[in-house]
Design a protein around this ligand. Structure first.
Ligand code: HEM
Length: 128
């Protein structure tokens, strides 16, 4: 039943766009994360909206345009530590709280994103 997919519960493409916009405005103010990202986050937000659409059970918008996500490989140019993963999740949690998602939905989405975030870690804290 597609009306029960996380994608649908998030408010489909519009809901995800809103979440992603809030998320990157928090990322741009995060002293640890912002240096990793370009100043102009328009393209980043565009890709993330398309990725999260498919990640949460909606249409495969990212793959349609950019091919297989290969997220870990695409993050290799950036030194990502556990602390970065934690900061990323923290920004996402705050963005979800601002959007007033149902607590159970928020918890479910965050648990999925946490796995992916920690999978992106490619650098030890002390080798930075
Ligand atoms: C791209 C950082 C976790 C999805 C990027 C970029 C950076 C970055 C610096 C490149 C931005 C650009 O040049 O436009 C991080 C850090 C993370 C993290 C520090 C902490 C663990 C995640 C997670 C997801 C994700 C958990 C998915 C749930 C993406 C996507 C892109 C991207 C889809 C665009 C890839 C592309 O097509 O180039 N990330 N990221 N990231 N990230 Fe992350």
């Amino acid at each position: 039943d597609e009306t029960k997919s996380p994608y649908y519960l998030l408010g489909e493409k519009q809901g995800i766009e809103k979440l992603v916009t809030t998320f990157y405005s928090l990322v741009s103010k995060d002293p640890l994360l912002s240096p990793l990202f370009p100043d102009d986050l328009t393209e980043t937000a565009y890709k993330q909206t398309r990725f999260l659409s498919q990640f949460f059970g909606g249409p495969p918008l990212y793959t349609e345009e950019f091919g297989h996500p290969m997220l870990r490989a695409r993050h290799m140019p950036f030194p990502i530590t556990n602390t970065h993963a934690k900061a990323w999740i923290n920004c996402m949690e705050r963005a979800m709280t601002i959007q007033k998602l149902e607590p159970e939905l928020q918890e479910f989405l965050l648990s999925r994103l946490k796995m992916t975030a920690y999978h992106m870690v490619n650098t030890n804290e002390d080798s930075e």
